[in-house]
Design a protein around this ligand. Structure first.
Ligand SMILES: NC(=O)C1=CN([C@@H]2O[C@H](COP(=O)(O)OP(=O)(O)OC[C@H]3O[C@@H](n4cnc5c(N)ncnc54)[C@H](OP(=O)(O)O)[C@@H]3O)[C@@H](O)[C@H]2O)[C@@H](O)CC1
Ligand SMILES: [K+]
Length: 470
């Protein structure tokens, strides 16, 4: 599990640990890990040209001490001081090691720029001198390694209301922060490298499943399992207008853990579903969970869906089905899977607002409708009414294709029917969906059906303990 803590939690853990260690120990641990990560990033140290952007706090201190270590190994290290309060001991150490103070002019010929402008003490945005330095790096194509996080992002929300660094690599300390996992800030981090510094942290409110977590959660059939005990999913999807959505959702569902799929819908759509998947049973019967909504169009039966929402079985509500959601009733076992536009409609706000503040709006909807919300997007945010959040970060941009959401709905529904709670079903489903997309895409385009076709293989790789790039 990858954990993302808030600034307040990190500060408390840091204070507790610092009280037990000689002064400066934590910063030295951070700077050592940072120097190693920078040298791995540039591939060579001797003769490398490194420019440090140094703000007024300890984030700049980390950069200066890492610069000192690189200078000792033969790098040419130049510090651009963005404040007259730059960490005095760190600066002295850099100068003793042969580094020097320079200006933004030095950026043009650098191999790497190190962003030590601000860390967890930062407010969003960049001051003019810092912005000019960052723009110089961008203009000259010099990659930026961010210390702790790209300066200018909102650390605790992942929002990027104004200018910020776009890093090629982020080196963080002790634990991940929320901005590393939530877009749009997460997209500005590049790969995130975690340096352990020994912090003792409380449970994190934002987490991200890794391969081993998915393996541990996945509902496995047992020797005595039959098709009913593995779980039966009822699928209400597709319409004369969008028959394909039912076929695609069914393909996603059958690639999950269920033993049987029941399809409920118009005869013509049922025929299409059964032509693609002869194993599907058409018509009502006992189910362990419902997946409702993909491609229903105008044929949504609001009363019927509300009946299901009030019943005991878990319900996944997607696409057109979301129109049936209201704030009444107990929706503990309900999972909704909107994209930003659909969530915006539910909350009565603009889509762009949801995209800019994904964590906030996913949590808001979860609380308001008393449901688990899976907000689709480049990083998928899954929020529970109690505020617990999981994020899925292994998606490929190629997954933005028609029908991909129907595959996800079918798969997550299948996991609900297989016995997972909405949070686990959503996070395991999002992980396997993205892993399948990575296999189907392999760096190029892929259709939704091709993605669905790779879910079984992605699952097998996870269960066999092979990391499929997820
Ligand atoms: N916690 C840990 O476990 C460890 C932490 N470590 C490191 O310490 C870092 C935190 O250091 P920190 O607390 O000194 O704050 P930091 O982020 O450097 O900001 C300093 C000052 O900048 C200012 N400022 C604010 N916003 C701004 C902006 N947009 N643009 C420009 N300036 C802005 C503001 O001052 P003000 O302007 O209000 O006077 C603020 O006080 C942390 O990220 C990690 O790298 C590691 O060494 C070891 C383990
Ligand atoms: K930074």
């Amino acid at each position: 599990m990858r954990h993302a803590h808030t600034v307040e939690q990190v500060r408390a853990a840091e204070a507790e640990l610092m009280a037990r260690l000689p002064e400066g120990t934590l910063m030295q641990r951070a700077a050592t890990g940072l120097a190693v990560a920078i040298s791995n990033f540039i591939g060579h140290v001797y003769g490398a040209r490194v420019v440090l952007l140094v703000g007024s706090g300890d984030n700049g201190g980390d950069a200066l001490y890492a610069g000192e270590k690189l200078a000792r190994r033969g790098a040419g290290v130049i510090a651009v001081l963005l404040s007259d309060k730059a960490h005095p001991a760190g600066l002295a150490a850099l100068l003793v090691a042969g580094g020097r103070v320079g200006s933004t002019e030095d950026i043009a010929t650098a191999d790497v720029v190190v962003d030590g402008i601000v860390g967890i003490g930062g407010r969003p945005g960049l001051k003019p001198q810092a912005l000019a330095a960052v723009q110089a790096a961008e203009e000259h194509g010099v990659p930026i390694v961010a210390v702790d996080m790209p300066s200018g992002v909102d650390v605790d929300t992942g929002e990027t209301p104004t200018e910020h660094v776009k890093a090629a690599l982020t080196v963080t300390f002790g634990t991940h922060k929320i901005c590393h996992l939530i877009d749009p800030a997460a997209a500005a981090c590049g790969p995130v490298h975690l340096v352990e510094i020994g912090l003792d942290l409380p449970p994190a409110g934002v987490q991200s499943l890794q391969t081993a977590d998915v393996r541990a959660l996945y509902p496995l059939p047992r020797g005595e399992s039959d098709k009913y005990s593995r779980g039966v999913l009822g699928l209400i999807a597709g319409s004369s207008q969008y028959p394909g959505a039912a076929v695609i959702a069914a393909t996603g569902a059958l690639a999950g853990p269920i033993g049987m799929l029941r399809y409920i819908g118009p005869d013509s759509v049922a025929e299409a579903v059964r032509a693609a998947h002869p194993e599907v049973v058409a018509g009502e019967g006992r189910v362990q969970a419902w997946a409702v909504g993909s491609g229903l169009g105008d044929e949504l039966d609001v009363a019927k869906v509300r009946e299901l929402l009030d019943a005991e079985e878990p319900v996944l509500l997607d696409a057109d089905g979301l129109k049936a959601l209201d704030e009444s009733g107990d929706h503990d076992e309900v999972l909704i899977t909107p994209h930003a536009g659909e969530l915006a409609r539910l909350l009565g706000v603009e889509r762009t607002v949801v995209e800019a503040e994904r964590l906030k709006h996913a949590r808001m909807a979860a609380e308001q409708f008393d449901v688990t919300v899976l907000l689709k997007g480049s990083t998928t945010v899954i929020a529970r009414p109690d505020g617990e959040v999981r994020v899925n970060t292994n998606a490929t941009a190629w997954l933005a294709t028609a029908g991909a959401g129907d595959v996800l709905a079918g798969l997550c529904g299948s996991l609900l029917a297989g016995g997972l709670n909405p949070l686990d079903a959503a996070s395991v489903g999002a992980y396997l969906h993205a892993a399948a997309a990575n296999l189907a895409s392999a760096g190029g385009p892929a259709t939704a059906i091709q993605v669905a076709g790779k879910v079984a293989e992605a699952t097998r790789l996870v269960l066999l303990e092979i990391d499929s790039g997820g």
